[in-house]
Design a protein around this ligand. Structure first.
Ligand code: GAL
Length: 766
């Protein structure tokens, strides 16, 4: 071969390899995984030439709390260096700006490049902007938002082919802090980066029986025009067929936007809107949005008694049971064979008093209105256990976080009544962390007699308790066995008996007892030997009071709490860490309960944490749950099958039709509240389908068929695989309708991440 040919072949190989590697590594610079770190605050730390060599190194992959600063909050600084090669610019498709992706930062951030402030709290700032501390007064934080700042490539701040210094000033107001999501990098934009779909997920306006969805697309680039085609399809997740709602060629000049509207029939089955933009260069941006659909039938006007039909209380302890019933108002209530010591308020439907004699009492409840009546037997069990069915109610944490206040709790109780949740068995109104006086681990802040103090947001706990009880609800509170709660407030360490009595004096019916700072007092936080004593102690304190207080153990499942939780008096215990409104989290926690069923039963429940439906947010800044409608059906169906405590965590003053229907389906709730108290088992798991089944007290079975994949599916449940023989009647639980009789198998479509919740009758219904 001639030298010239050899050179040509070599060149071709080099070109080929470089083309491949260019595809594999789109232009980006990964920032260091460990940055220099210091707590405290000093404007000098922003400076380019500041000497940080004595600072320690911390990973930007997890909060500082997990790296040696478990309780630190306030200011801290991070610094790192990076080299900026001009090849990044040369290889880029668009060359106007540079993007800094800094991951998630808890709670607030100010970013300095080579000594100059370039962005703060999600926004780029104009050059010359002086950093202030104004954000400290913000009512909300950006703890779960990805930080992304940009600056022009020709910004003189940038040192191309040289070293650059990034300094980030972080302010955290509690719980956890720092730069924590990893994946920090510097990139050049592609045309797709400039197109923003502005969809406002979950927002649909109604026009008759149509949904109207407005959205826009925006070109955020100051320099480039965007050309392409927009398409919106509506996918039927049962038939898997698409229909086109919109198709249009688009030219968007720099910094312009265009609005669109699509209109379609309100569905009563699962549908997904699929938004797609195809750019001139054939790349695409896609987005999907689940359409809310209601399965629960409208409430009947005739009376119907709902909620748990077994109720436990101890002898001589205040008794409170609200008869939950739907139907046209006014309703009148009757109760026959009430044990001595109890009386019924006939208008309010509230049974109260004290029973001296232990025993089982079958009480006939009768609820009437002008259109008819309903009768059911309530089994009252005195002197055995509390929480004979999983507690159902609301807890402030998943929406208000530490911004909870007495008013917000009172509003939640009011909303439970106004929105009708009280008629479906929702009972507990629980305050989570944030009611106590801010703590000091060395010197507990209490009265001189050691009584725990509330903070200024809770001026009158006793009055709040009275208001809650007047509706017929139960009142819950939160504390920790350590000196401080997770939010840094005063907790019960060393004052267990006193606190239990204070809680009882306030009218408390439920205590969530959260490990938090007690971990600091332990050698091995997962050792049952060390976990049992503090939880046992509080139980002893609770039973000494003059009230029945349901005891909720929260220690994230450490030391296999399900094996000893009941022995230390726990009525429920968290089996995992905290939940949040993402499919992966809900999936991991909910479906991870497999195998724990043998530890649950009346009076002692596994607790996979609260429901993340509706408007949630862990602070005053709330958002609609990130779970799609199908994911929410999965969440509620699974929790009901698991006999899980049902604790809503959403803003009850903001309830849309979808959410109300999701949490007021009496047949779904009845599965959770079934008096046999058997938690479902996973009986089938293959090809992304899971089947969970729960035995019910009437001998029938509730079965959830879950599609945990992102593709719509069709599935045949073969009866021989789940121990069902012959011909059986099957009922659709969400729709509250018998579907028919089936032999050998039951076939059903399953939307992506969706569920079919059925009841299989043991007897063949006529
Ligand atoms: C966590 C707990 C949450 C919430 C929070 C309050 O430890 O798991 O549910 O109670 O503390 O600070």
């Amino acid at each position: 071969m001639k030298t010239k040919d050899k050179i040509l072949i070599l060149l071709a190989i080099v070109l080929f390899i470089s083309a491949c590697s260019k595809q594999e590594q789109p232009g980006k610079i990964k920032l260091n995984e460990k940055w220099k770190f210091i707590t405290g605050d000093n404007p000098e730390f922003a400076k380019k030439n500041f000497d940080d060599k004595n600072w320690e190194e911390l990973s930007v992959n997890k909060t500082w709390n997990k790296q040696g600063y478990p309780k630190y909050y306030g200011f801290a600084w991070y610094r790192t260096k990076f080299y900026l090669p001009s090849s990044l610019k040369k290889n880029a498709e668009l060359r106007d700006s540079l993007i800094l992706k800094l991951g998630k930062i808890d709670d607030f951030d100010q970013v300095f490049l080579n000594g100059v402030l370039i962005g703060e709290n999600l926004k780029n700032v104009n050059r010359g902007t002086k950093p202030t501390d104004d954000f400290k007064n913000l009512d909300y934080s950006f703890w779960d938002k990805q930080r992304r700042y940009s600056l022009p490539v020709n910004d003189t701040l940038l040192k191309w082919d040289g070293e650059n210094i990034l300094a980030v000033r972080v302010y955290d107001w509690g719980v956890a802090g720092g730069i924590y999501s990893g994946k920090l990098e510097i990139t050049m934009p592609q045309i797709q980066d400039y197109l923003k779909f502005e969809i406002s997920k979950g927002d649909f306006s109604e026009s008759g029986n149509k949904f109207v969805k407005s959205f826009s697309i925006r070109n955020t680039s100051a320099a480039y025009k965007i050309k392409g085609e927009i398409e919106v399809d509506l996918r039927n997740n049962l038939s898997d067929e698409d229909s086109d709602l919109l198709e249009k060629e688009i030219v968007l000049p720099p910094q312009t936007s265009e609005n669109f509207i699509v209109k379609f029939d309100k569905p009563d089955y699962s549908e997904t809107l699929e938004y797609e933009f195809e750019f001139e260069n054939e790349s695409e941006t896609k987005l999907t949005e689940g359409v809310p659909y209601i399965l629960t039938p409208p409430e009947k006007e005739t009376p119907q008694i709902n909620g748990a039909l077994v109720y436990g209380q101890n002898t001589n302890k205040p008794f409170l049971y609200k008869i939950a019933a739907t139907g046209k108002r006014p309703l009148t209530y009757r109760a026959e064979n009430l044990p001595n010591g109890l009386k019924l308020d006939k208008q309010a439907g509230i049974i109260s008093g004290k029973v001296a004699k232990a025993g089982k009492y079958n009480v006939k409840l009768i609820v009437e209105n002008s259109l008819g009546k309903d009768e059911k037997t309530l089994e009252i069990v005195i002197g055995e256990k509390l929480a004979l069915t999983p507690p159902m109610g609301w807890n402030s944490w998943n929406c208000w976080g530490l911004s909870v206040s007495q008013k917000k709790i009172a509003d939640a109780a009011k909303a439970f009544v106004e929105k009708g949740l009280i008629n479906h068995g929702w009972t507990y109104i629980n305050i989570d962390d944030g009611w106590e006086i801010k703590g000091d681990s060395k010197k507990p802040k209490r009265t001189k007699d050691g009584i725990i103090l509330t903070n200024e947001k809770f001026p009158d706990m006793k009055k709040l308790g009275e208001q809650i009880h007047a509706y017929g609800f139960k009142f819950g509170i939160y504390s920790s066995p350590g000196p401080l709660t997770c939010g840094g407030f005063t907790a019960s360490y060393g004052h267990e008996f006193q606190d239990a009595q204070t809680f009882a004096d306030w009218g408390i019916d439920y205590l969530k007892y959260d490990l938090c700072s007690y971990r600091k007092l332990m050698k091995d936080k997962k050792s049952p030997d060390e976990l049992i004593p503090p939880y046992k102690k509080m139980h002893e304190a609770l039973i000494k009071t003059n009230r029945d207080i349901v005891y909720s153990i929260c220690e994230y499942g450490y030391g296999e709490v399900w094996k000893w939780g009941e022995k230390v008096g726990g009525n429920l215990w968290r089996t995992t860490g905290d939940i949040w409104d993402a499919w992966d989290k809900m999936y991991e926690i909910g479906f991870g309960q497999a195998g724990l069923e043998k530890y649950a039963g009346p009076g002692h429940w596994n607790d996979p944490d609260m429901l993340v439906v509706g408007w949630v947010g862990w602070g005053p800044n709330l958002h609609r749950t990130n779970l799609s409608p199908d994911e929410q059906y999965t969440h509620v169906s699974l929790w009901a099958l698991l006999s899980a405590p049902l604790l809503l965590g959403n803003d009850l003053t903001k309830l849309d039709d979808f959410t109300i229907n999701l949490i007021t389906n009496d047949e779904v709730i009845a599965i959770d509240q079934d008096k046999l108290g058997k938690q479902a088992s996973r009986i089938y798991q293959k090809d992304s389908v899971e089947v969970w089944a729960k035995e019910l007290h009437d001998g029938n079975r509730a079965v959830g068929i879950f599609n945990i994949s992102l593709k719509n599916k069709k599935f045949a449940l073969e009866f021989n695989k789940i121990g069902v023989n012959g011909k059986v009647t099957i009922r659709d639980v969400w729709k509250q309708q018998d579907i028919g009789k089936f032999e050998n198998k039951f076939e059903t479509p399953l939307p992506a991440h969706g569920v079919r919740l059925i009841k299989i009758f043991k007897e063949n219904k006529k």
